[in-house]
Design a protein around this ligand. Sequence first.
Ligand SMILES: Nc1ncnc2c1ncn2[C@@H]1O[C@H](COP(=O)(O)OS(=O)(=O)O)[C@@H](OP(=O)(O)O)[C@H]1O
Length: 301
Amino acid sequence: MEGVDLSFLKSISRPEMFEFEGISMVHYFTDNWENVQNFQARPDDILIATYPKAGTTWVSYILELLYFGNVAPERQTSMPIYIRVPFLESQFPGIPSGVELADNLPTTPRLIKTHLPVQLVPKSFFEQNCKIVYVARNAKDNVVSYFHFERMNMGQPDPGNWNNFLHSFMEGKKVFGPWYDHVTGYWEKKQTYSNLHYMFFEDMVEDMGCEMERLCSFLGLSTPVEERERIIKSTHFDTMKQNKMTNYSTIPIMDFTISPFMRKGKVGDWKNHFTVAQNEQFDEHYKQKMKNTTVQFRTEI
Ligand SMILES: Nc1ncnc2c1ncn2[C@@H]1O[C@H](COP(=O)(O)OS(=O)(=O)O)[C@@H](OP(=O)(O)O)[C@H]1O
């Protein structure tokens, strides 16, 4: 997609949400559904799976540098991260679909991103026993980040005001479905599918060195400590925010005057958004929704 003029995306109109395969969706992620479901994964493909705004870009860039930082350094300066790590289910008019981009990735392994809940991930990833890296983020910061993302991204439905957005998130009426089912679905899958590494955004913020070590161990990489340290620096929030290849500033569908893609990258920003009443209601609802799972989140560090 290098050299492709993306400026027509400026005129894109916000899509409507509709029910699809049991979750809320917009047509940009369902228009290529048959090809997505029939995607032929290879055994060495690595799938990066997340609920939107959980740290996808961060972990994508980490994996990209772990695998290709030294062997293909030119990729880091010439291709935005969303080309290097295609978004499998995406199908925006006038540009190659995520499936096309993934099919044509010249690298091994192919790094592929998805926001699909586990039950909708193309079967071939499991049949081929592909490694899956899942990143989860605590619900409160996740919903705040999602709200600002919908405000600035014309490829998303109109978010409405914060209070309405929060309530529709609690009801599971967000693109890619309920956060609650997403994070617990992959958590349950991990109990029987051993090639799934489940990470938390909060752990990455607190101790990236430790998370990097665990990630490398899962991937079977023996990346030297000095190299890992270099990658941690390159993938620091401030560095990625300045980097045009990782900050999404090359996508005209996003209006950075409303909110930047790399917004704050913090744990606990929810406190600047939730009222006391919203917080109490959210906590009560959360307890009910999460009562049958063992997955545990932190909201502060
Ligand atoms: N390096 C690093 N460190 C800390 N935080 C980071 C980093 N990179 C991305 N982010 C934050 O992750 C949020 C974006 O999430 P995603 O990349 O999953 O978005 S997307 O779903 O792919 O659109 C968004 O969170 P908020 O700042 O809270 O909105 C980004 O700022």
